[in-house]
Design a protein around this ligand. Sequence first.
Ligand SMILES: Cc1ncc(COP(=O)(O)OP(=O)(O)O)c(N)n1
Ligand SMILES: Cc1ncsc1CCOP(=O)(O)O
Ligand SMILES: [Mg+2]
Length: 216
Amino acid sequence: MDTPATGRCRLYLITPPAFDPQPFADLLAAALDAGDVAALQLRLKGVDDDAWRRAIDALRPVAQSRAVAFLLNDRADMARAAGCDGAHVGQDDMPAKQARKLLGPDLTLGVTCHDSRDLAMQAGEDGADYVAFGAFFPTGTKDAKARATPDILSWWSEMMELPCCAIGGITADNCAPLVRAGTDFLAVVGSVWNHPDGPAAGVKAMNAAIAAAVAG
Ligand SMILES: Cc1ncc(COP(=O)(O)OP(=O)(O)O)c(N)n1
Ligand SMILES: Cc1ncsc1CCOP(=O)(O)O
Ligand SMILES: [Mg+2]
């Protein structure tokens, strides 16, 4: 997962809460062709391993053929054998150390750190490649436990080399303070998949907003 070599923040797309993998693959291709996306996270809840494998088989080539890193949410145990680029784990999923062991040294590991500097420093020590803070805004996608403010992003990005990611209710209209605070990635679900003009327009709008925040 390429971190922004230019110093510019990049979009990190997460799959919507429910979708049918085959038709969704076309929608995803259009979204990824619409603008810069650093990573796609496959996020499924309450499905069995066969459903995970079907979704991975449908979506992984779409992402990887476009040089978009393909990460699994929660399932660090599946990522390596399934040819994925990494995994994202939360504080209640598995210890970051265990996820790192499962992934090996080369795959990307992301860790949810809510609004906690301590959790983020621990995640870095335990082998995370990026730390995720949030939720920054109200979101209907997840019942998010914590609320974060941009100062954690500015503190982290000034103190640490390890990339950070912002998540939670982020849209083209509200992302500027997060970009200016130094986040390396903006992780989004709703602002892309629920965009009134479709996901490709959502990706374009997010990239335009990132560029505007950097310029402004
Ligand atoms: C990039 C990114 N950041 C945070 C999360 C949330 O992970 P978690 O706290 O484990 O919650 P679930 O997504 O598993 O419901 C994430 N998935 N991605
Ligand atoms: C998975 C997750 N973790 C914290 S908030 C959130 C949901 C992000 O979705 P949206 O971009 O629609 O708010
Ligand atoms: Mg999780």
